[in-house]
Write a protein that binds this ligand. Structure first.
Ligand code: PHE
Ligand code: NA
Length: 448
């Protein structure tokens, strides 16, 4: 299988793969979701569990996904089937890819709504409407947006179209350009925010909130959320990283590549937390405010700092781009599948999927207004899809991928593909066989 190429194109180098996979990983999960779920789950101990999951569950499973994708050079279902056959295992392993595609559809539908909030805040920043805003006014602005389905629909639609455009054109060209410049720029602006946050008197409190591990505050549900988030934030358990891995050049070690991606993703999340919580505490806001946390805290900070309107505008633009490169990667496994299995053109595949996820997105944005009374298992559509995907579907996909990659596939093929030292390979195989799937299973069971 050494010479095979993907029919969807490939990344020009290992470096471009790192950019693309980091573009997928770094997104709303880091900047919007991580701070708010940390706030809701009491900080410290939650953060520690999340970091442990990244190391012992996320990283080994990411290695597994990249190698399955690269070995077969096909979209996830086909890739799983091909790699299974090579080791004499059942083709039904391909079903993992099916669940992943469904998870991608669900995630996109609420992801695009939140990205729409970001687009609205770009406009608010540009217009100067948020200059000098108080904490209370910031809360009102955000709640006003949620109560306005027309505006939400406009931005959700705009964002969906932006994504469809790039995916239809093929991810190789678009992603490379977007991530090369924007990722470093996002990093710089986060450092600016961090610098500001350190100058506020809430910084010490924020630091203890995030890093003092008080396990009495930790419920099993919080552990599940932390674990689920380690999948969500690394784009794991649904085939995105597998699809991107199928475009990765053969001559590149998977081990070190994955470590860099996971490290970058984690750093962005931690810095964002350290930038947001001081603002929350200095302004007497509630860390458990929920999904609006970044939208009510950051405008207050930008409103107070020198050059705040400019930095604020730039910040939301860059978060928008980060969300864009992630949303693109959410569609890729399904689009590649439709092209491979059904011979559809890329444009037809992307537009069909795009319309589907856009329509489902309307139910998500309606959760905050005209559909707020509609509940599934006690949650509105938005919260339900978020919970179902991050805390159930992705970890479940992850267990299966781990079991597949470390039990069903012959070790010599895995080793050939991952290209790391004997010791590192043995370590990876041990963790992927025994630790990662067992840990996920235990957390599942304890939540029942
Ligand atoms: N990792 C992305 C983020 O943190 C979200 C995502 C999940 C993207 C799954 C692709 C697949 O924002
Ligand atoms: Na992420």
């Amino acid at each position: 299988m050494q010479e095979k190429q993907s029919i969807h194109g490939s990344w020009a180098s290992r470096w471009i793969f790192i950019l693309a996979a980091t573009g997928s990983a770094v997104g709303l999960g880091n900047i919007w979701k991580f701070p708010y779920i940390t706030g809701e789950n009491g900080g410290g101990a939650f953060v520690l569990v999340y970091l442990i999951c990244i190391a012992f569950v996320g990283i080994p499973i990411m290695i597994a996904e990249v190698y399955v994708g690269r070995r077969a050079r096909q979209s996830p279902i086909n890739a799983l089937e091909t790699v299974a056959e090579e080791s004499g295992s059942s083709k039904s392993w391909g079903l993992i890819g099916l669940m992943g595609m469904l998870a991608g559809v669900f995630i996109f539908s609420f992801y695009s709504v939140v990205a729409g909030w970001v687009l609205q805040y770009i406009q608010l920043m540009a217009s100067g409407a948020l200059n000098g805003i108080s904490a209370e006014e910031a809360g009102n602005t955000f709640n006003g947006l949620l109560g306005n389905p027309g505006t939400l629909l406009l931005w959700h639609t705009a964002f969906s179209i932006m994504v469809i455009f790039v995916v239809a054109a093929g991810v190789n060209a678009g992603i490379e350009r977007a991530t090369r410049v924007m990722m470093p720029a996002l990093f710089v602006i986060l450092l600016v925010l961090l610098g500001y946050a350190m100058s506020t008197d809430g910084f010490g409190q924020a630091w203890s909130f995030m890093f003092d591990f008080d396990f009495s505050k930790l419920s099993w549900d919080a552990v599940l959320v932390a674990m689920g988030h380690s999948f969500f934030t690394l784009s794991l358990g649904m085939g995105t990283i597998m699809a991107y891995g199928s475009y990765m050049p053969k001559k590149a070690s998977i081990g070190s590549t994955v470590l860099s991606i996971a490290a970058l993703d984690t750093i962005v999340a931690l810095i964002t937390g350290l930038a947001i919580f001081p603002i929350i505490f200095s302004n007497g806001m509630d860390p458990a405010a929920g999904p609006g946390l970044m939208f009510i805290s950051l405008p207050v900070a930008f409103g107070q700092m020198a050059g705040g309107q400019f930095f604020g505008f730039l910040f939301f633009v860059l978060v928008g781009v980060a969300a864009w490169t992630s949303a693109i990667s959410l569609m890729e496994p399904t689009v590649a599948h439709l092209v491979e299995r059904f011979g559809w053109g890329r444009t037809k595949a992307t537009v069909t999927l795009g319309v589907l996820v856009w329509a489902l997105g309307i139910a998500c944005l309606g959760s905050f207004n005209f559909m707020s009374d509609f509940h599934i298992f006690g949650k509105n559509t938005f919260d339900f899809l978020d919970y179902l995907t991050a805390n159930i579907m992705l970890p479940l996909g992850g267990i299966f991928i781990a079991v597949f990659a470390a039990w069903a596939v012959k070790a010599k093929y895995a080793k050939e593909e991952i290209q790391v030292s004997d010791t590192a390979f043995a370590l990876w195989r041990f963790v992927t066989r025994f630790i990662a799937p067992v840990a996920v299973a235990i957390v599942f069971v304890l939540n029942l």
